[in-house]
Design a protein around this ligand. Sequence first.
Ligand code: GDP
Length: 202
Amino acid sequence: MRTWPALVKAVAMKAEFIKSCLKLEDCPASKLPEVAILGRSNAGKSSLVNAWTGRKSLAFVSQEPGHTQTLNFFLIDEKFILTDLPGYGFAKLGKKTQENWTPYIETYLAERENLKGVILIHDIFRDWSRDEANLTDWLGSYGRRVVIALNKVDKLNQKELAARLKVLNPHIHPWPVALISAKTRKGIDEFNRTVFDNLIRS
Ligand code: GDP
């Protein structure tokens, strides 16, 4: 039996790959507002980028060999730049590390002039660990705004969702939070508004 995806509103944005790089001086010269997206592997970053922009090819670019450990820049609707940051080094950000690319991400997050803030995608089933706390503290120390997208809410009923929020809220409450399912697109329009209001238009 064929299943129709038609109930899901697909608002495809115009999205264009600009470039990949590591060094701040190699980042695209642009005055457009920029938002970076990061999260642990498996939090659903690729799925969110697909659901948000309506473009599967964006996440594909970021997963190609050679792009998985670089900063990947995309022009969205000619309005803003989305920077996809590698997830692998998540736990290492803000710490001394042997990984040779982590300092580039830190330099980017700390110094990129047109960066308006960071979307942190988090699997709602995971607790807020010291890594998340270190990262958000570290971003805060550079005055960076954060929007948190709690993903995979489709797996929870109302009662379970309330229970997870009770656990997570004390840790995440200073930042705007969007409850989303990158899989079903639930909450994506609200997420889009939250990102525009708190980051892109701020
Ligand atoms: P990434 O490593 O952060 O880019 O994560 P992916 O987008 O590749 O997703 C990791 C896994 O989680 C995949 O198996 C996805 O199908 C699944 N996933 C991502 N978003 C959701 C969601 O909203 N709901 C559910 N149920 N699964 C999801």
